[in-house]
Ligand binder design. Structure first.
Ligand SMILES: Cc1cc2nc3c(=O)[nH]c(=O)nc-3n(C[C@H](O)[C@H](O)[C@H](O)COP(=O)(O)O)c2cc1C
Length: 184
């Protein structure tokens, strides 16, 4: 099993979250996994570049764990990328620090799978919407693994989904992630 760094981007993973909370709690039991809760560690979005880059260098496998927000990553994760994936670190002629590492997107999506296609109300597939992350991995030399995605993960009482069903899907998502981490 590879040393794995999980970047968690959820504004309230310990309290308001249902899905990401279950997923993060499950994988935090794995010895080789280091979890970094961005909103908790950096509420002001000012990242410690040295700490962040060293944690990435020390990891053999990097996972982004987040709820899908506005067809993308939550704002803090984009800001983290903007600050941490610098020239000479993640890209450029000497920017090879992430080269060869495994990379995985693990995301919970509110909308149903059938809405994420041409002609559906979300028009595009999740894989299409994730292309900026795929290309970020490409440019920095990381291996982009097929994302782990679960749908129907939003819970609004009496409107969207049943809580127990969202929890069950989150547990299944977590097991898929555990299998990935164990096999990489
Ligand atoms: C600010 C915000 C933006 C969201 N944008 C999307 C979206 O673009 N597409 C979608 O399917 N669900 C969207 N959702 C639903 C979340 O993906 C869903 O609530 C989340 O994955 C559930 O995980 P949690 O229980 O850990 O919070 C959004 C939710 C919020 C709060």
């Amino acid at each position: 099993m590879k040393k794995t760094l999980v970047i968690v981007a959820h504004p309230s993973v310990n309290q308001k979250s249902i899905a990401n909370k279950i997923i993060v709690e499950r994988i935090s039991t794995i010895e080789q996994v280091k979890i970094k809760d961005l909103y908790k560690e950096y509420p002001s979005f000012k990242f410690d570049l040295e700490v962040e880059q060293n944690d990435l260098i020390n990891a053999e496998s990097i996972i982004f764990q987040f709820p899908f927000y506005w067809y993308s990553v939550p704002g803090i994760l984009k800001e983290w990328l903007d600050q941490v994936f610098t020239y000479g670190f993640a890209y450029g002629s000497t920017g090879d620090k992430l080269k060869g590492k495994q990379f995985l997107v693990s995301t919970t999506v509110g909308g149903p799978a059938e809405s994420y296609k041409e002609g559906g109300y979300n028009n595009f597939t999740i894989n299409e919407l994730l292309k900026p992350l795929q290309q970020t991995a490409n440019l920095s030399g990381m291996k982009y693994n097929p994302p782990i995605i679960s749908h129907n993960m939003i819970y609004i009482p009496d409107v969207y989904n049943k809580k127990e069903e969202v929890e069950q899907r989150a547990r299944e998502h977590a097991e898929e992630l555990v299998t990935y981490i164990g096999g990489i």
